[in-house]
Design a protein around this ligand. Structure first.
Ligand SMILES: Cc1cc2nc3c(=O)[nH]c(=O)nc-3n(C[C@H](O)[C@H](O)[C@H](O)COP(=O)(O)OP(=O)(O)OC[C@H]3O[C@@H](n4cnc5c(N)ncnc54)[C@H](O)[C@@H]3O)c2cc1C
Length: 538
């Protein structure tokens, strides 16, 4: 019997949620006693009227005698999106190999393993437990590890992230991905929260549990194994060379023959992009985000967002979204990857470079709120037709930032008011950034036009969010790795590279996703294309 969804039930933040069953039954005109089961479908916070903040729920009801169709509710479709997927008949040319164990690679592997295609996943970084130790050592002042760091290793860039599981598109795959996470030790509330958040601590447990499950279904994972080269014959992929494989080919290199090769390398494997370009894999410049990161005391943001309800135990660390729309002579600038109760990080994979990002744990309890503020850098803003010119621009400013920070991964910083006035007043800062902040002129961290636009936009944002430019707000950066500056061109239908058959670029680094969920969806979609084309191996 299908569940019935009832929308828009509003409760005060103090009200007991056990009232939901009665209120939902009343809304659709049935007795509360006929409700056999209630599950939350969506929960959001309406804080538009500060002081009269409400929870807004949608609930799914299983009823003894469901009423006939009505505009007061809708029937819920609980079908598994994979039920109608039928494997193809073409013989599989070899074992599917996935490069990269980020969300795109993991969910591609999960899908292939579920249908019996036994994928092999190669990841240049370490498995999550070892990776966490490497990152912690770095935060405490240790050396930067070029292979096991904030961006490389099991879970990819998503592992040390804010763990927001939001996505701008709608697809049945989204709820499927969230369900898979919950089945593998993810928090249940991600299934119904309007802005689901898992947090980096809970995400790590999901990664390990999912990996074990996939291994039981025939998938294999090799960490500390970096793909270094492609073996292409007659325009199609035949194999790869990789360090860490432990399999030696005829020429003495480590060689692996493969079937479909899924490339989920993320947006920071700059050496891999160079190799792909040298092998004739078609790529193009992609507009990307660039800017700064701002940190405030969380209390300041909460007071601005919650008004009189500030401090209410039912309310978590609050978020904000700030946007300056594009105008005649104005760049669009917007908040990006806002992390309530999070920490600011050096989000790097290469030594001698520095850029920032933010992450949080499930509880979001650091006491600080940070957010990127970015603009989009377009093709016309960087000269030349090098497909990797966006990476060159990132590197230029990341290297300046590293030098300004004293070449030891401290980050250059200014108070927001100093940044807006273009001065450095020699302050010290109270911040979560683990390797310390150094007072410096941040206008040097970005193209001059972007710097001027940022300073004027922050003045506008101060009018929109009380306390935004308070003296307690710290700016750092550059925020240069918010999205991929490259697209690996692929055929819309076959999802293969335009120039190399059997090569499937997936996820954020391929330029087709911009977050954990969209990368996971993209990996699954390519895996499904492979399944529909090839027969299940015997
Ligand atoms: C600090 C931070 C916070 C973020 N917060 C959020 C958030 O809250 N919500 C959200 O939706 N998104 C967030 N993101 C973005 C999100 O993490 C990415 O969009 C997502 O991880 C992209 O997934 P992916 O699988 O395409 O690539 P990645 O996650 O980048 O994974 C790529 C993997 O490929 C591996 N690899 C690369 N080259 C090779 C090679 N040659 N051989 C073998 N392995 C290789 C890398 O080591 C890496 O593990 C955040 C990102 C960062 C950095």
């Amino acid at each position: 019997m299908p569940f019935i969804r009832v929308h828009n039930i509003r409760l005060d933040i103090d009200e007991d949620p056990s009232r939901l069953s009665g209120l939902a039954a009343e809304r659709i005109g049935v007795a509360e006693e006929s409700v056999q089961e209630l599950r939350l479908a969506r929960k959001s916070l309406d804080a538009r009227k500060r002081g009269r903040i409400k929870w807004v729920y949608s609930v799914d009801l299983l009823l003894e005698n469901p009423p006939a169709e009505s505009d007061r509710f809708s029937f819920v479709n609980d079908l598994d999106p994979f039920d109608e997927v039928t494997p193809g008949e073409e013989p599989l040319p070899g074992r599917p190999v996935i490069i990269g164990c980020g969300p795109a690679g993991i969910f591609a592997a999960y899908t292939l393993a579920r249908f019996g295609y036994s994928p092999l996943v190669l990841e240049r970084g370490a498995a999550v437990k070892e990776r966490v130790q490497d990152v912690r050592k770095f935060w405490k002042g240790g050396p930067h590890n070029e292979e096991s760091n904030l961006l490389f290793g099991e879970g990819g860039a998503g592992t040390f992230s804010d763990g927001k599981l939001t996505c701008r598109t709608s697809s049945p795959l989204i709820s499927y991905i969230l369900k898979v996470m919950v089945e593998h030790r993810g928090p249940a509330e991600i299934l119904y929260e309007s802005r689901p958040h898992i947090g980096t601590d809970r995400l790590r447990a999901v990664l390990v549990t999912m990996r074990k499950h996939m291994e039981e279904s025939g998938a294999e994972f090799k960490f500390n194994t970096r793909m270094d080269d492609l073996i292409v014959r007659d325009g199609a992929i035949k194999g790869i060379q990789a360090s860490g494989l432990g399999v030696t080919g005829q020429d003495g290199g480590e060689f692996l023959a493969c079937g479909p090769l899924l490339l989920g390398i993320g947006h920071s494997a700059r050496d891999t992009y160079e190799m792909l370009l040298s092998r004739g894999v078609e790529m193009e410049f992609k507009p990307f985000q660039f800017g700064l990161r701002v940190e405030h005391p969380q209390e300041l943001i909460d007071r601005g967002q919650y008004g009189q309800s500030y401090g209410h135990p039912a309310l978590g660390a609050s978020e904000y979204i700030l946007v300056r729309e594009k105008g005649k002579k104005k760049r669009a600038i917007y908040s990006f990857c806002m992390c309530p109760g999070g920490i600011m990080l050096p989000s790097i994979s290469e030594s001698g470079m520095l850029c920032t990002n933010g992450m949080s744990n499930h509880k979001r309890d650091s006491g600080k709120a940070n957010s990127g503020f970015v603009t989009t850098i377009g093709d016309f803003e960087i000269k030349g037709d090098d497909p990797l010119k966006g990476i060159r621009l990132q590197q230029q400013y990341e290297s300046i930032a590293f030098n300004m920070g004293g070449k030891d991964y401290a980050a250059p910083a200014q108070s927001i008011s100093d940044f807006m006035r273009g001065i450095c007043s020699g302050r010290s800062f109270d911040s979560t950034y683990p390797r310390g902040l150094i007072d410096a002129d941040l206008s040097k961290l970005m193209p001059p036009a972007v710097g001027r636009a940022m300073a004027s936009t922050f003045k506008e944002f101060d009018r929109k969010l009380e306390g935004f430019s308070s003296d307690a707000a710290v700016v750092t950066g550059p925020e240069s790795r918010g999205s991929s500056p490259v697209r690996i061109c692929r055929n819309d239908e076959t999802r293969e590279s335009m120039t190399v058959g059997g090569l499937y670029p997936i996820g954020e680094g391929a330029g087709y996703a911009g977050g954990i969920i969209s990368a996971a969806m993209d990996g699954m979609a390519s895996a499904l294309t492979i399944i529909r084309r090839y027969a299940v191996p015997k």
